[in-house]
Design a binder for this molecule. Structure first.
Ligand code: ATP
Ligand code: GLA
Ligand code: MG
Length: 523
């Protein structure tokens, strides 16, 4: 069991070049806390945002993904109320009160907190961490009912709605704060991730488990290979030491991707399409009823995949299959989807109901009610093709990272080009097959490639938000300049210097969640 670490120095949290500015920020947080609440915080819980390197929109189909934590994070400064009978009070203030208004609410003595997912409300993200942590504490301690009250000041530097998962950073930091405030000093990383995955869904987006894993697990300087089968697990991955290093540059499109509002036609619809693709494929191949699994709607393409292999190759635990064999299974499945899910135009409810032998009302109740969707046709073919081929790309990317070290400049160049080509393939698939890009993200990718990037793609959910680019160290400035003149100045001619700084970030892999004990007036 690995526990979330308690840190006492910012040098153990941030890369060297960020420590000075972070010290100023943390001290400002502590002094603002004091002027708001009249006392110093007891501790600060911290959880970072993430950038996904490869493996897009496949976590909820339970395939492996490769994100990394970024330096930008959410900090919650917390002071704990003494335990009292009756309701406990949570006061939430934000370092940016214009954008995130102060709120207070009571936790009744039943301990249960209601989240109204229909309201776009920042405090819902705290509440979802609170609900998850309360559930976990109840499981651990028979007599636990209700969290203690707290005064909280939040400070987030992960751009909100920008594709770097400020939401998961917020929920993880919140759940961690609640655990800590209620006396848990060694919070198990995996338990925290699992509760944050489930509880973030209460906010209205039926997301997978990548973001929360990337926020909690990583060690400084390493990316994270996350697996969801046979159970959630994560392995820190070092980048190869090369004569010219791997440089990932993140560029914001500044197209707001509001997953709540667009959920019924974008994100939540994709989860439904992938789930139904799994069920329809299982039916076609005589594998029904498919065993339920950890997919957000109870079934996944990975579940279908493993069941198919169990039947056709008599492999009962496919998670032990070699990477090569697993890749050829995936290639085979791409061929099967091509042949057996031919309808480019999508499948209607009526057609799926006939194939599955499930009446339409039942289909809607089981898969389209908790997270409603709006669609006439469900593109099972395209979604399954993307998922299986993206899962292959993740494995190929991992193969390249672990191949024998490139010792010559030519071999290094080839490796970087091959990695970049995979990122480009992902972007093509996200744009054309999964339909989760947008013209602005496509434009950022095209400009970067023209200016010398090895590979460029959207990162995170897409439909706006962020892009990630593998760029030769010597071409970072050229790529930035191309974006500045041909994207940002064109779309946002009045962009401030501050916004420009936010727009493009060269990112090193950052460290995961931690708790910081505040001893005195500053860090
Ligand atoms: P993506 O999920 O695409 O990676 P994201 O997580 O940033 O991007 P959302 O999932 O829409 O985007 O979550 C954004 C929400 O998280 C905001 O609307 C707000 O409610 C909450 N949030 C993020 N940062 C902060 C912050 N600093 N203070 C308060 N709330 C925040
Ligand atoms: C969002 C979700 C993740 C993942 C990505 C797409 O960030 O929260 O679970 O599905 O989109 O890869
Ligand atoms: Mg999010």
């Amino acid at each position: 069991m690995a526990a979330v670490p308690t840190k006492t120095s910012l040098a153990d949290i941030y890369p060297e070049d960020a420590v000075e500015s972070q010290t100023t920020r943390w001290n400002h947080l502590i002094s603002t806390f004091k002027s708001t609440y009249g006392k110093a915080p007891d501790f600060i819980s911290r959880s970072p945002g993430r950038v996904n390197i490869i493996g897009e929109h496949i976590d909820y189909s339970l395939y492996e993904v490769l994100p990394m934590a970024v330096t930008a994070d959410v900090l919650l400064a917390v002071s704990i109320h003494p335990q009292e009978p009756g309701p406990s009070t949570i006061s939430l203030t934000n370092i940016n009160p214009q954008k995130f208004e102060s709120k207070q609410f009571d936790i009744p003595d039943t301990g249960d907190v209601h989240i109204d997912a229909s309201a776009l409300e920042w405090t819902n993200y705290f509440k979802s961490g609170l609900v998850g942590a309360t559930d976990l504490l109840r499981k651990k301690r028979k007599d636990f009912k209700q969290s203690v009250g707290m005064d909280i000041l939040a400070d987030g530097t992960v751009p909100s709605g920008g594709g770097l998962s400020s939401s998961a950073a917020f929920v993880c930091a919140s759940a961690l704060a609640v655990m800590k405030a209620n006396g848990e000093h060694d919070v198990d990383k995996k338990a925290l991730v699992e509760l944050a995955i489930v509880s973030e869904r209460a906010v209205g987006v039926n997301s997978g488990g990548m973001d929360q894993s990337a926020s909690v697990f990583p060690l400084q300087g390493q990316a994270l290979y996350v697996s969801f089968v046979p159970q959630l697990s994560a392995r820190n991955v070092s980048f190869p030491q090369l004569s010219s290093p791997l440089v990932f540059v993140i560029a914001q499109s500044f197209v707001a991707a509001d997953k709540h509002t667009t959920g019924p036609v974008c994100y939540n619809l994709r989860v439904v399409e992938c789930t139904l693709a799994a069920l329809v494929l299982a039916k076609i191949f005589g594998l029904s009823p498919l065993k339920s699994d950890a997919g957000p709607l109870g079934y996944s393409l990975r579940g279908f995949h493993d069941t198919y292999i169990a039947k056709h190759a008599s492999i009962t635990d496919n998670s032990k299959t070699s990477k090569e064999d697993f890749q050829s299974q995936l290639h085979d499945l791409v061929g099967k989807v091509d042949a057996y899910l031919p309808q480019e135009e999508g499948y209607t409810r009526q057609q799926m109901s006939e194939i599955l032998g499930i009446p339409i009302p039942q289909l809607e109740k089981d898969f389209m009610t908790k997270f409603p969707v709006r669609a006439e046709r469900f593109k099972l073919r395209q979604r399954a093709l993307h998922v299986f081929s993206e899962a292959i790309r993740v494995l190929r990317f991992m193969d390249l990272l672990s191949s024998p070290p490139a010792t010559t400049p030519e071999a290094t160049e080839t490796l970087l080009k091959d990695l970049g080509a995979l990122l480009n393939e992902t972007q093509d698939s996200c744009r054309d097959v999964y339909e989760c890009s947008c013209p602005e993200l496509d434009e950022l990718c095209t400009l970067a490639r023209k200016a010398g990037a090895y590979g460029s793609r959207l990162t995170g959910a897409g439909w706006g938000g962020c892009s990630v680019h593998l760029v030769p160290e010597g071409k970072v400035d050229a790529v930035k300049e191309a974006w500045r003149t041909e994207y940002y100045m064109k779309h946002f001619p009045h962009m401030s210097e501050e916004k420009w700084k936010e727009a493009v970030v060269v990112s090193k892999p950052g460290s995961g969640s931690c708790v910081f004990e505040v001893k005195g007036e500053s860090v």
